[in-house]
Design a protein around this ligand. Structure first.
Ligand SMILES: Cc1ncc(COP(=O)(O)O)c(C=O)c1O
Length: 373
C-alpha cells in the first residue's frame, strides 16, 4: 500500500535522538534546531521521560474516560503550579487542532454566539473551524467554509473593536506568538487592549499557545509577557515531548456540563505519564529559564550576522528574516552542515529547538549557520 503523499519530504530518515541531536540510519549526527516542529521540549529520549513511559506501559496503557484516572489530576496539579493557572480547569485531548476546536466550541456554548475573530497570517490547525480560522485558503476545503470567521489585521485594536461591538462574536483567537505567520509577536499593549475589548463585550479570549507555550518563549506562556489572563489557553506540541497530547486551560467562569466535550483517547494513561514526566524535567532542569537565557544569548549572536535582515522572537522561538528565500539555505544547513531548521513563508528561517539547548549548542549552531551562509 502506498502512503498518501501529502508531505514534501527531505530524503533523510531519523532513527535515533538524544537531547538536541538526532541521528540517521548511517549514524550521521544532526543538530536539531527545529525540535520536530516545536514538539521536543525536554530533549530527544530524555532518560527520565523514557523511564516514565516504560513504567506506565508495563502497568496500563489505556482505559477510557468513563473511570477515574488519577494521572489526569496529577498532571493538572503540576501544570497549574508550573503555569500559574492553578485556578483554571484542564481538559485533555490529542492534537493542537483538536484543542482549538474544543476551545471554539466551548466559547460558542458559553456565549450562545457563532462568529469568531481571528488574525491575518494566523495558523490554528487543519480541521473544521480551526482550519477556517487559519489564514490560508489553500488548506480550507469548501466544507470548512462556515462563514463564521472574520480575519482582522494583526495588532489592530480598532479593527477588533469595529467587529466585536456588532454583538455576534463568541470568541477572539490569537497565537501567543505567530509561528507559521513568520514569528510575529503581538504587542503587549495590543493584548491588554484585546483583553479589555473582550471583557467589555463578554467575548471569550482564546490564546493559542500550541507553538509558543510550554516554556518556548522564555515564560511558561508567551502571553504572560503582556500580563493578561485569557479565558481559554490551548496547548499541544511540547506538552508531551512527542507523545500525542494536548489540552485546554479553562477559566473558572466556564461551568462544565456532562457530555458537553469528550474524547476517546484524550488524557489516556500513557499520555498523562508523558505529560507528567515532561513537567518533572521542566522543574528539575529549569527549562523555562533556560529557554529565556539561551534564547537571548542566541538572538544576540545572530544579530551580529550581517546577512540576516532581522532577528525576532522570544526565548527559543526565533525567526531569522532574510532578503531572499531561505529554501536553499535550509537545504545547505541540513545536507552540508547537518542542522535541522524550519521555515515560515519564503524568507524566514524558524528556530524551535528543544528547550534543553545549551549556550555551547547555540554557539555550534551559529558556527554551522555561518558556514552555510
Ligand atoms: C499555533 C498552532 N496552532 C495549532 C496548530 C495545530 O496543531 P496540530 O498539528 O497538533 O493539530 C499548530 C501546529 O503547527 C500551531 O502552530
Amino acid at each position: 500500500m502506498k502512503l498518501f503523499d501529502v508531505y514534501p519530504l527531505f530524503d533523510i530518515e531519523i532513527v535515533k535522538g538524544r537531547g538536541v541531536h538526532t541521528y540517521d540510519a548511517q549514524g550521521t549526527e544532526y543538530l536539531d534546531l527545529y525540535g520536530g516542529h516545536a514538539v521536543i521540549s525536554v530533549g530527544h529520549s530524555h532518560p527520565h521521560y523514557v523511564q516514565a513511559l516504560k513504567a506506565q506501559a508495563e502497568n496500563l496503557v489505556f482505559y477510557s474516560n468513563s473511570v477515574v484516572n488519577g494521572l489526569q489530576q496529577k498532571l493538572a496539579d503540576k501544570l497549574g503550579k508550573a503555569s500559574g493557572y492553578d485556578d483554571y480547569q484542564l481538559f485533555l485531548v490529542n492534537s493542537g487542532a483538536e484543542a482549538n476546536e474544543n476551545a471554539l466550541k466551548l466559547a460558542s456554548f458559553h456565549t450562545g454566539k457563532k462568529r469568531v475573530l481571528s488574525f491575518k497570517k494566523a495558523f490554528h490547525g487543519r480541521t473544521s473551524l480551526a482550519v477556517e480560522a487559519t489564514d490560508n485558503p489553500k488548506i480550507v476545503a469548501p466544507v470548512n467554509e462556515s462563514g463564521n470567521i472574520t480575519f482582522i489585521p494583526f495588532n489592530d485594536i480598532d479593527a477588533v473593536h469595529a467587529e466585536i461591538v456588532k454583538g455576534d462574536v463568541c470568541a477572539v483567537i490569537i497565537e501567543g506568538i505567530q509561528g507559521v505567520g513568520g514569528v510575529q509577536i503581538p504587542d503587549d499593549v495590543f493584548l491588554k487592549q484585546l483583553r479589555a475589548e473582550c471583557d467589555n463585550t463578554g467575548t471569550v479570549l482564546i490564546l493559542d499557545e500550541i507553538q509558543s507555550g510550554y516554556g518556548r518563549s522564555g515564560k511558561f506562556f508567551a502571553h504572560q509577557y503582556a500580563g493578561i489572563r485569557p479565558d481559554i489557553i490551548t496547548m499541544a506540541k511540547g506538552i508531551g515531548n512527542g507523545f500525542p497530547l494536548s489540552g485546554l486551560l479553562i477559566s473558572p467562569a466556564f461551568k462544565p456540563v456532562y457530555g458537553m466535550l469528550g474524547t476517546t483517547f484524550g488524557g489516556n494513561h500513557l499520555a498523562c505519564a508523558a505529560g507528567i514526566a515532561v513537567l518533572e524535567i521542566f522543574e528539575q532542569e529549569n527549562l523555562v529559564e533556560n529557554s529565556r537565557e539561551v534564547g537571548e544569548y542566541l538572538m544576540a549572536r545572530l544579530r551580529e550576522i550581517p546577512q540576516i535582515k532581522e532577528v525576532r522572537g522570544r526565548g527559543l522561538m526565533i525567526g531569522l528574516e532574510f532578503d531572499e528565500p531561505v529554501k536553499e539555505l535550509r537545504k545547505r544547513l541540513l545536507f552540508e552542515q547537518h542542522v535541522f531548521t524550519g521555515a515560515s513563508g519564503t524568507n524566514v528561517l524558524r528556530l524551535l529547538p528543544p528547550l534543553v539547548l545549551s549556550m555551547t549548542d547555540a554557539d555550534e549552531f551559529v558556527t554551522r549557520l555561518k558556514k552555510a551562509l
